[in-house]
Design a protein around this ligand. Structure first.
Ligand SMILES: C[S@@+](CC[C@H](N)C(=O)[O-])C[C@H]1O[C@@H](n2cnc3c(N)ncnc32)[C@H](O)[C@@H]1O
Length: 248
C-alpha cells in the first residue's frame, strides 16, 4: 500500500497531545514552538525549539473529538461503541440524532456512515447548536452531519435506518420515530435514569417495536504498574441504552 503524505489536521503526540493544521506552518505549545514545514511523513519525531519530542500521527475521529468543546454531557465512546455494536450501523446509513448537545454521538456516527450516508441532528438551544456546528466542522464532517437549530419534535426526515435520542422526554417521540424508520431500522434511546428508561421501554412495547433490549456498560480502567489495580477515580455509570427495531 502506498504511504500517505501528511496533510490537513495532524496529531502531535508527546507529553501532551495536540491537533494542528499542517498549513499553519508554525505551531506554538507550552512545550515550545514546532516547525510544521519539517514534517515529511507520519511516524516522524518532531522536536520543539525547547527540545520536547512529538510523534506526528494521522488523527482518528476520537483524537479529534477529545479536542472538541463539550457543552452538555456527551455520550461517551463506550456507549457510542455499544450503539454501533448492537445496530450494525455502517457506511451509507441515513440516521437522525436528537438532541445534538455537543454533537459527539452525531460525529461518531457520521464518521461511520460517510461518505454516502448522513446524520441529521436537531438541537433546540442556540448556544449548544453553535458549539456543535463548530465541532462538526472541526471534525471534517460538515458534508455528512447536517445540524438543525429546531426542536426535534419537528423533524421531517423519513425512510431512516436509525434514530438515536438523548434528550428529556425521548419517550414522547417514539410514535413519530416509528413512522420515520424503514422496516428493519433501529431506535436507540439513551436514558441517564432508570425512570426514563422504563418510560422508553413502555412506549417501544406500545408501538410494537421488536428486539427490545436495555443495556448499561460498566467500563473499568486499570492502572498498570508494579501494583496493578483499577484507577481509583472514574465514572462507572453513565446511562442506559434501550434498543428497539421497527419490523412492521
Ligand atoms: C445530553 S445532551 C445530548 C448529548 C449528545 N448526545 C452528545 O453526545 O454530545 C441533550 C441535548 O438535547 C437538547 N434537547 C432537549 N430537548 C430537545 C428537543 N426537544 N429538541 C432538540 N433538542 C433538545 C438539549 O438542549 C441538549 O443539548
Amino acid at each position: 500500500m502506498k504511504k500517505e503524505k501528511p496533510s490537513g489536521k495532524i496529531l502531535l503526540l508527546g507529553e501532551r497531545s495536540f491537533i494542528a493544521d499542517i498549513a499553519q506552518k508554525k505551531f506554538s505549545t507550552n512545550y515550545g514552538l514546532l516547525d510544521l514545514t519539517k514534517i515529511k511523513k507520519y511516524g516522524q519525531v518532531l522536536k520543539s525549539n525547547t527540545g520536547h519530542e512529538f510523534v506526528v500521527l494521522k488523527p482518528t475521529i476520537l483524537d479529534l473529538l477529545r479536542k472538541a468543546k463539550r457543552m452538555p454531557q456527551i455520550i461517551m465512546p463506550k456507549d457510542a461503541g455499544q450503539i454501533a455494536a448492537h445496530t450494525g450501523v455502517s457506511s451509507g446509513w441515513h440516521c437522525l440524532d436528537a438532541g445534538t448537545g455537543s454533537a459527539f454521538l452525531s460525529i461518531f456516527l457520521g464518521n461511520i456512515v460517510k461518505p454516502s450516508g448522513s446524520v441529521t441532528t436537531y438541537e433546540k438551544n442556540k448556544k449548544f447548536y453553535e458549539n456543535a456546528k463548530r465541532n462538526i466542522e472541526f471534525c471534517g464532517l460538515a458534508g455528512t452531519v447536517n445540524i438543525k437549530n429546531k426542536p426535534a419534535e419537528r423533524f421531517t426526515e423519513k425512510n431512516l435506518d436509525m434514530i438515536t435520542l438523548d434528550m428529556i422526554d425521548a419517550d414522547k417521540m417514539v410514535k413519530k420515530c416509528k413512522t420515520a424508520l424503514k422496516s428493519g431500522g433501529w431506535l436507540c434511546i439513551y436514558s441517564p435514569h432508570i425512570e426514563q428508561q422504563k418510560r422508553a421501554v413502555k412506549e417501544l412495547e406500545k408501538n410494537k417495536f421488536a428486539q427490545i433490549k436495555t443495556i448499561s456498560t460498566q467500563q473499568v480502567d486499570w492502572q498498570v504498574s508494579d501494583y496493578t489495580h483499577p484507577r481509583p477515580s472514574q465514572i462507572v455509570h453513565t446511562g442506559f441504552i434501550t434498543f428497539g427495531r421497527k419490523v412492521l
